[in-house]
Design a binder for this molecule. Structure first.
Ligand SMILES: NC(=O)C1=CN([C@@H]2O[C@H](COP(=O)(O)OP(=O)(O)OC[C@H]3O[C@@H](n4cnc5c(N)ncnc54)[C@H](OP(=O)(O)O)[C@@H]3O)[C@@H](O)[C@H]2O)C=CC1
Ligand SMILES: C[C@H](CCC(=O)O)[C@H]1CC[C@H]2[C@@H]3C(=O)C[C@@H]4C[C@H](O)CC[C@]4(C)[C@H]3CC[C@]12C
Length: 283
């Protein structure tokens, strides 16, 4: 890396950090009051905490996961915390999943795609079928739910929030299948965001790039191997909601060194529409 880059990259990072953090001060919890929000993967972990934050803000919350008993407890807690309403839909999410109907009868303001299938934190074992299954749960079901929810979100001028990972922006060892699914999310939703911008579709897409978070599944899988402490899931959940409510393109949580060079790549994406000739917003 040249001398100029050694000066430029940290400086750029500081400038962007200022922009990033100053925007967060515009968030007000009342932004979510009365809003209709679906949170997937909300029976535990970050999704469960997002449901509770949304409940405290007075949102109408619909939570999904496979384990109905856990979801029932989350719904009860949401009602105690002041949710406008709290509902659940239980079942496996896969590529043919449609967005849960109950809440959609009244419309939808925010779709938070958060669920994740079980994977391992060790060397890739060559199991292609596992990757196929994980792509279905972690990626294709996100696409299917987005397609199904889009008419409602266009009507409300709503938001899509996609929970991804630093492992979906940078190749880490021991996360090969999982990382492939998270990179796919970046490709699909970052490209879709560019099309929404060209076609003036008033639906925001927020990609959330998370570092190591102290959920039971992640700590169990990786705490012994990693040289870093996991960040709190409660704070992480709130940062995701803030980013979606402020219609930010990307939310990074936690802020780590690997973020700075990534911001340059994010900027590069902004230049892509200028590479095309458009006639009335179409090719
Ligand atoms: N924790 C971390 O360190 C990091 C997490 N992330 C991302 O954050 C998000 C949440 O992670 P985290 O809270 O740790 O995950 P958890 O394992 O704690 O929760 C996963 C959720 O997804 C649900 N789920 C699992 N399989 C399916 C399925 N086939 N269909 C529908 N729902 C399913 C689970 O409920 P049930 O089993 O009842 O279905 C649960 O509610 C994920 O997208 C993850 O990739 C990103 C970076 C770091
Ligand atoms: C070590 C990484 C953070 C480095 C940085 O912030 O600069 C972590 C970033 C993402 C983590 C993985 C992840 O996305 C969740 C997985 C969930 C699994 O259940 C097990 C753990 C993870 C592979 C987790 C491991 C640490 C990260 C790669």
């Amino acid at each position: 890396m040249g001398r100029l880059q050694k000066i430029l990259i940290p400086f750029l990072g500081l400038v962007l950090a200022f922009c990033f953090y100053s925007a967060r001060e515009n968030f007000k919890p009342e932004m979510l009051k009365g809003k209709r929000v679906i949170v997937t993967g909300a029976s535990t972990g970050i999704g469960e905490q997002m449901a509770y934050h949304l409940a405290r803000m007075g949102a109408h919350v619909l939570v999904t996961a496979r384990t109905e008993a856990k979801l029932q407890k989350v719904v009860e807690r949401c009602r105690e915390l002041g949710a406008g309403s709290a509902q659940l839909v239980s079942g496996t999410l896969s590529h043919h999943t449609l967005t849960p109907a109950p809440l959609l009868s009244g419309g939808l303001d925010m779709l938070i795609l958060n669920h994740v299938g079980k994977s391992y934190f060790s060397y890739f074992d060559g199991d292609v079928r596992h990757i196929q299954k994980l792509l279905d749960i972690n990626f294709l079901s996100y696409v299917a739910m987005t397609v199904s929810a889009l008419p409602m979100l266009k009507q409300s001028g709503g938001s899509i929030v996609v929970v991804s990972s630093m492992a979906g922006k940078v190749g880490f060892p021991f996360t090969v299948p999982y990382s492939a699914t998270k990179f796919a999310l970046d490709g699909f939703f970052s490209s879709l965001r560019q099309e929404f911008s060209i076609q003036n579709v008033n639906v925001s897409i927020t990609l959330c790039i998370l570092s190591f978070i102290d959920t039971e599944s992640a700590v169990r899988a990786a705490a012994d191997v990693l040289q870093m402490s996991p960040a709190p899931k409660e704070e992480c959940a709130l940062e995701i909601i803030k980013g979606g409510a402020l219609r930010q393109r990307e939310v990074y949580y936690k802020y780590t060194l690997t973020k700075i060079p990534l911001l340059l790549r994010d900027w590069a994406a902004e230049l892509t529409p200028s590479l095309f000739h458009f006639r009335n917003n179409s090719l």
